[in-house]
Design a protein around this ligand. Structure first.
Ligand code: PMP
Length: 396
C-alpha cells in the first residue's frame, strides 16, 4: 500500500527485501549464509572495551562534546598510514573524511554527483547497499558484467561510446561483494585510462581488501591514479567491528571540501567517542597482527565452504573460488529463479538462507544466481548447510 505523501522514489519496495532475509536468517533452525556478518569470535572485544574506557578517561568531558566534521586528525593519520600499507596509496590526513561506515561514504558520493537521470556505471552484480544508496538519487544505471577477473572492460567501452557522459563508475575491485572476484591489474589500468579519456570518477569501494587468504595483492586503483579521478572508500567493519560504524572516504583535496559540506548536512559530524576509542585501540594494538589473525580464521572457513561445494554440488551449478573477502557466488541453470527457490524448498526443506541475485543487479533481471557468506557460520554449519542446499539443488 502506498504511504501518504511519500516521494516516488521511496514508495515501499514490493519485491524481495533485505529485511525479510534478516528475519529468516534469525530464525533458530535456519543456517544463514545470507548476511555479510563477521565471525563474532574475531572481534577484539576486550581490547575494544579497554580502548573505550581509556579514551573516555583520557579525554574527560570533552569526548562528549561536538567536534570536527572530518574526524580527529590522529585517527585520520593512522588511517592514512594503513592506506599506505594495504592500498599502496600515499594520502595525507587532510584527504581522509571519517564516515558512518563505508555505507555513508557511498551515499555521500551519490549526493555529491547525481542529479536525477544522470548516468552511472555499476558492476552486474554489485553490492546491494550501494544500489539502495544510489537509488535515492534516481540515476540511470548501466550495468557491466563481472568476469572472473573483474568487470568486463570491453562492455564498459561499448557503454561509454554510447553514453560518454557517465558521472562515475562504482566498483568493488577486491573480493567483490557479491561474487568474491578480484579485478586484474590490466583491468584496473584500463579502467583508469577510460576515466581519463571520458572524464569520470572511479568509486573504489574496498572494505574487504585486508582479507586475502591466497594469492598476491593487486595494486589498488587509487594507487595507480595520477589525476585525482579515484575516490577510495573503506571501513573498519570487516576487520574490527561493524558496530563501530566507522568507515572513511579518501579523495583529492578539492573534493574533500564538497564532501565535508555533505557530511555536515547529513549528520553534522561523526561520533567522537567511537573515533577516539578506535584511535586508542590502534595506538595500543598491532592492527596488522589482528588482521592476520582474522585472515587465518576466514581462510579456513572459505576452504571449508569450497570443499563442501566441490563435494556435494551437482554439476549444473557453478561457483566462484574467492582469494579473500566474505562471499562466493553460485550460478544455477538459467531458467532457475534463486529467489523463488529460497522462499520455497531452500527455506522450507533445507533451512538455509542466501541472498538471491535479483536484488544484487541494478537491472533486477538476472535471477538464477545467489550469494553465499562463509565468514559467519561455523564450520559445522557450513558443512550441514551446504549438504542440505546441495540436496535441493540436485532436484532442480
Ligand atoms: N561496501 C561494500 C562492498 C560492503 O560489502 C559493505 C558492507 N556490507 C559496505 C560497503 C558498507 O559497510 P559499512 O557501512 O559497515 O562500512
Amino acid at each position: 500500500m502506498a504511504i501518504l505523501n511519500a516521494s516516488k522514489r521511496h514508495q515501499p519496495n514490493t519485491g524481495l527485501k533485505m529485511t525479510d532475509l534478516f528475519a529468516q536468517a534469525n530464525q533458530a533452525n535456519n543456517i544463514s549464509f545470507g548476511m555479510g556478518l563477521p565471525d563474532e569470535t574475531v572481534f577484539p572485544s576486550a581490547a575494544l572495551q579497554k580502548a573505550f574506557t581509556q579514551a573516555i578517561a583520557q579525554e574527560g568531558a570533552d569526548i562528549f562534546q561536538y567536534h570536527s566534521t572530518q574526524g580527529p586528525a590522529s585517527l585520520r593519520q593512522k588511517i592514512a598510514a594503513m592506506t599506505k600499507t594495504y592500498f599502496g596509496l600515499t594520502a595525507s590526513a587532510e584527504q581522509v573524511i571519517l564516515t558512518q561506515g563505508g555505507q555513508q561514504a557511498i551515499d555521500m558520493v551519490g549526493r555529491a554527483f547525481l542529479d536525477k537521470n544522470d548516468h552511472i556505471v555499476v558492476e552486474g552484480p554489485t553490492y546491494m547497499g550501494a544500489l539502495e544508496a544510489f537509488d535515492s538519487y534516481e540515476p540511470t544505471y548501466h550495468e557491466v558484467p563481472v568476469n572472473d577477473d573483474g568487470m568486463d572492460i570491453a562492455h564498459l567501452k561499448q557503454i561509454l561510446r554510447q553514453f560518454p557522459d557517465i558521472k562515475f563508475v562504482y566498483t568493488v575491485p577486491d573480493f567483490q561483494n557479491p561474487t568474491g572476484v578480484t579485478m586484474s591489474l590490466a583491468k584496473r589500468k584500463a579502467l583508469l585510462a577510460l576515466a581519463e579519456e571520458y572524464d569520470f570518477y572511479i568509486i573504489e569501494d574496498s572494505p574487504y581488501r585486508y582479507l586475502r587468504y591466497t594469492g598476491d595483492m593487486v595494486p589498488s586503483i587509487a594507487s595507480l591514479d595520477t589525476s585525482g579521478k579515484v575516490i577510495l572508500i573503506s571501513s573498519f567493519s570487516k576487520i574490527l567491528s561493524p558496530a563501530l560504524r566507522t568507515g572513511w572516504l579518501i579523495a583529492n583535496k578539492q573534493l574533500i571540501a564538497l564532501f565535508l559540506d555533505i557530511k555536515s548536512a547529513l549528520d553534522v559530524q561523526p561520533s567522537q567517542i567511537s573515533l577516539l576509542a578506535i584511535d586508542q585501540f590502534l595506538a595500543e594494538n598491532n592492527i596488522d597482527e589482528h588482521i592476520r589473525a582474522v585472515n587465518a580464521v576466514y581462510k579456513d572457513k572459505c576452504a571449508t565452504m569450497v570443499h563442501y561445494l566441490e563435494t556435494y554440488l551437482p554439476a549444473h551449478v557453478q561457483f566462484t573460488k574467492p582469494e579473500g573477502g566474505f562471499f562466493l557466488w553460485l550460478s544455477l541453470p538459467e531458467a532457475q529463479d534463486a529467489g523463488k527457490l529460497l522462499l520455497g524448498p531452500v527455506l522450507q526443506e533445507a533451512n538455509v538462507v542466501y541472498v538471491p541475485s535479483e536484488i544484487q543487479y541494478a537491472s533486477r533481471q538476472i535471477k538464477n544466481q545467489l550469494r553465499l557468506n562463509f565468514t559467519y557460520p561455523s564450520h559445522e554449519d557450513i558443512k550441514d548447510g551446504i549438504m542440505r542446499l546441495a540436496q535441493v539443488l540436485k532436484s532442480i
